[in-house]
Design a protein around this ligand. Structure first.
Ligand code: NI
Length: 254
């Protein structure tokens, strides 16, 4: 059984055929997923979905692309949402300097406020970090008791080693199946099996041979298959380890 640790199944692009997609997910032996909020509104949607399906859990938080919505009042709202029994992580939060539609200082402030909440509530976080490695690490160093997963990991092997040493897990998407995925492949070949998560990040990042199309959690076995090839394991071994890791990191059984 596979666990997809990063999905956006509440995305409007699934409104037309979500029930059909859910049937497809079950047929693909995907037994659980963590559905991730990107802003206040989508976080509320994630909780509603986690209330509907007993194999879906929610993470709530604000992505760097909408960091300008984060203020003390929203943190207060998030503090309340975190007491919901189906909310298992704060995320996705972090920094994204690729487009920089939101100024860096605003992104950093939103990231810090949400890390502070994770620290206070002792909850794991889901990190989105793109082209902001140095600044992201600097903020992590200020919160040594907070850990979680770096999702769709895009950093160096050195940085992955530092994260693992500090107790973090690393999440891999369909990027590991892409022909030009040199860095992600290098890191996926190294990360200790008990610190690895697999994810689709659907509807984005569809693995080969579906690259460029709408992604959904039924494709997460393709990520496991590729990692298994890289490490000389079976897809079942990768599936079992990453499912167990997700349950442990997000305390799904508590
Ligand atoms: Ni995401």
């Amino acid at each position: 059984m596979f666990f997809d640790s990063h999905t956006h199944l509440n995305d409007p692009c699934f409104d037309e055929d979500r029930e059909a997609v859910i049937e497809k997910i079950k047929a693909a032996q995907v037994s659980g997923m963590l559905n991730i909020g990107c802003c206040h509104a989508s976080s509320v949607d994630c909780i509603a979905m986690a209330e509907t399906y007993d194999w879906v859990w929610a993470a709530i938080g604000t992505h760097p692309d909408t960091a300008d919505e984060v203020d003390e009042a929203l943190i207060e709202v998030y503090r309340g949402l975190c007491s919901h029994p189906r909310v298992k992580a704060i995320g996705e939060i972090g920094l994204d300097y690729h487009y920089e539609t939101i100024p860096r200082e605003i992104q950093k402030r939103a990231f810090r406020l949400q890390m502070e909440l994770a620290k206070e509530l002792n909850m794991p976080v889901v990190i989105h970090e793109r082209e902001a490695h140095g600044d992201a690490m600097e903020i992590l160093y200020d919160f040594p008791t907070v850990t979680g997963v770096f999702h769709c990991y895009s950093g160096s092997l050195e940085m992955a080693k530092e994260l693992v040493r500090r107790g973090w897990s690393i999440g891999f998407t369909g990027v590991v199946t892409f022909k030009n995925a040199r860095k992600a492949v290098e890191v996926a070949s190294w990360v200790p099996l008990d610190r690895m998560l697999i994810e689709t990040d659907c509807p984005f990042m569809a693995p080969e041979p579906h690259r460029g199309k709408r992604n959904d959690p039924s494709y997460v076995p393709l990520v496991a298959q590729r990692i298994a090839e890289l490490r000389g394991l079976t897809a079942e071994q990768v599936a079992a380890a990453t499912t167990q890791n997700a349950h442990a990191l997000f305390r799904l059984d508590e």
